[in-house]
Structure formats: C-alpha cells, structure tokens
Design a protein around this ligand. Structure first.
Ligand code: DAH
Length: 340
C-alpha cells in the first residue's frame, strides 16, 4: 500500500506540471481527487491493510490527499489570476495575421496573355534583354538614320572591343528575329519580357516596362487572320463583344502597319476623359511582316508571309483596370497590389 501511495504521488506531481488550463486541471481533479479517483480507491482499500500497518499507511494516505489538494488549489488560483507557470500568453489578444505573397500583377498579366495565345497554338519564347543592333534594329528594317537609334532613346551598353554594338532592347520585336533565325516556318510565337527606353519617367512612361510580341509566319498568311487573332485576344482579355478597330499606322518592320484600338472600357465608346472623348483606346501595333525582315533572316519573301504585333503590358493593364498612373506598378504599395 505504501508503495502504491508513493507511486500515485509521483504520478500526480508529473501530471501537475502539465496543467495549463481549466480542462487539464479538471482532468487532474477527476483522476486523483474525484469521487471515483485514485485517492478514493486507496481509502477504499484501507480496510484490507493489516492492523500493524494501519497507523503508518493512514498517515501516508492523509498526507497524499493533502498534497494533491494543495496542488489542485494552487493550480486553480494560478489559472484564475492568469499566471499559470510557463504560460504568460494573453489568450484574449487578437491573432497575428501573416500576409501571403502573390505573383506581381505584371507577371499575372504575362501568364494570362501568353496563355490566351497558347490556346490557339502560339509557343512562348523569352528572348534576350541585352541585344545587338542587328537584332534590335537592322534586321527589323530600322536603318541607321532612324530616330529610335539615337542615344536619346536607346540605352547603349559599352561595347568597346566587341565585334558588335550592344544595347538594352527597346522592344520585344528582336525576339521575332531570333525565332526566325533558328526555326523554319510555320512559326507561331509570343515573346513576353522587359524592355528599356531612355525616357523621362512620368505618369504615362517608364524607362523599364514590359511588352509582348507576337509573330505568325507561314505560306499565305493574310491580314484577315491578323485581325481575327487580335479580336480573339481582345475578347478573351477585356471581355466578349468589345468593339475593336484597326487604324493605318507605320512601323519599319511591317507593311502595311496598323494600330488596334478597343472601345473605351470606361465609357463604352460614349467618349470620356480617359479616351480623350474619342471613345477608343489604343492597345497595340501590328502589321504584315515586311519582306526586308524576311530577307534579313534568310526567308524567301515570295514563299512566306506573316503577321506581327506588339503591345505594352502596363498599358494594357491600365486600360483594363482604369489605372491612371503607370508608376504605381512599381511603387510596391500593398494597398494597390492587394487588389490583384
Ligand atoms: N515594337 C513596337 C513598339 O515597341 C510594337 C510593334 C508594332 C510590334 C508593330 C510589332 C508590330 O510586331 O508589328 O512600339
């Protein structure tokens, strides 16, 4: 009996250390001090203790009961005053929230735009941010005297001792040239990525921004297919039924060239401040690949035709979401980023 008392005592001491809240306190009470608890059981067994041991056992038993009662009382008051040993947490405080990171809106848009084109058979090519003059300009029928080759517009990289003049690409169009140089038609590809221009930063322009280029080359590609492809894109990206139009324009690497407008998303073509009361917003440049571009990459312009297009991603998003200032994409203002 004495051994049993000792073992229950040490068990109770161990368990007392684990009392952290009212539930564990109550479990402790039921197990040791309850009406069917271990102490009660010991008292029940007391009548079978041999008479010569009754004195010693009775004393130990009473002591055990007293010790356990003291443990219970002190744990109870610790919990009531909120200072249970090893737990000084204030359980009434609101929980901490952790902000989960998400993809930046520009990258979400790149994924969305490229997958819209992937659905109709376009591959994705990344291209290079550091380019040479041939890929960025010459092969794209943009001769030496063209203003975009000016230092004012292009970031040239120190190319001393190199065989070529290097620069930061001013558009994603050189991606077309790389793809054609290393593949044979038919080609269907989109080239998303960063581009660089030596521009004053303002609400409408940044020195580093993003574009997506598109290229389709095969036998007998028509302007009508260009229009169909771009209408499909506009409907997928901005919403079904949106009106679009092509306006004649000029780019050195396409002939004929056009710009595509979509109906102003804000005023639905009625005319407002955003569309400068025209009812239209320009979203991209496009056209049929100029024969000189085919010649530069070794394709026979008599055999192949193709179309190309290029759009600014920031601009496209500004139109879609009515964002008034391009700089906000890169200010990392969580109130802005959280909306996407
Ligand atoms: N590269 C042009 C720019 O940066 C955009 C562009 C226009 C791309 C017409 C094209 C195109 O492929 O056909 O403004």
């Amino acid at each position: 009996m004495i051994e049993k008392i000792e073992s229950i005592k040490s068990e109770a001491l161990n368990e007392a250390a684990l009392i952290k809240n009212v539930d564990t306190l109550e479990q402790f009470r039921i197990k040791f001090l309850g009406r069917k608890g271990l102490v009660h059981e010991l008292f029940e067994g007391f009548k079978d203790v041999p008479p010569q041991e009754k004195g010693r056992t009775g004393k130990a038993l009473n002591e055990l009961k007293q010790v356990l009662q003291e443990i219970f009382d002190s744990k109870k008051s610790e919990l009531e005053t909120g200072s249970a040993a090893g737990d000084d947490t204030d359980h009434t405080l609101p929980g901490r929230t952790f902000n989960k990171g998400t993809r930046h809106l520009i990258h979400q848009a790149i994924d969305e735009i490229t997958s819209i084109f992937a659905k109709i058979g376009f591959d994705i090519y990344e291209g290079y941010e550091l380019e040479d003059e041939f890929h960025n300009f010459d092969a794209l029928n943009t001769p030496d005297y063209h203003p975009s080759r000016d230092m004012q517009d292009t970031f040239y990289v120190d190319s001393a001792g190199k065989d070529k003049k290097y620069l930061l690409r001013t558009h994603t169009s050189p991606g077309q040239v790389h793809v054609m140089q290393s593949n044979k038609p038919p080609i269907r590809v989109v080239v998303p990525g960063k581009v660089y221009r030596n521009e004053e930063v303002s609400s409408r322009s940044l020195a580093v921004f993003h574009q997506v280029e598109g290229l389709y080359v095969d036998k007998d590609v028509s302007f009508r297919e260009l229009k169909g492809t771009l209408d499909y894109f506009a409907w997928e990206f901005f919403g079904k039924g949106l009106k679009t139009r092509l306006r004649p324009s000029f780019f050195p690497f396409t002939e004929p060239s056009a710009e595509m407008d979509v109906e102003c998303i804000l005023c639905k073509g009625e005319g407002c401040r955003v569309c400068k009361h025209t009812g239209w917003l320009e979203i991209l440049g496009c056209g049929m690949v100029d024969p000189n571009v085919f010649k530069a990459v070794g394709y026979d312009p008599e055999e192949y035709t193709g179309f190309a297009f290029g759009m600014g991603i920031e601009r496209t998003l500004m139109i879609k979401h009515g964002i008034p200032d391009i700089r906000i994409f890169y200010e990392n203002d969580i109130r802005f980023l959280k909306q996407f």
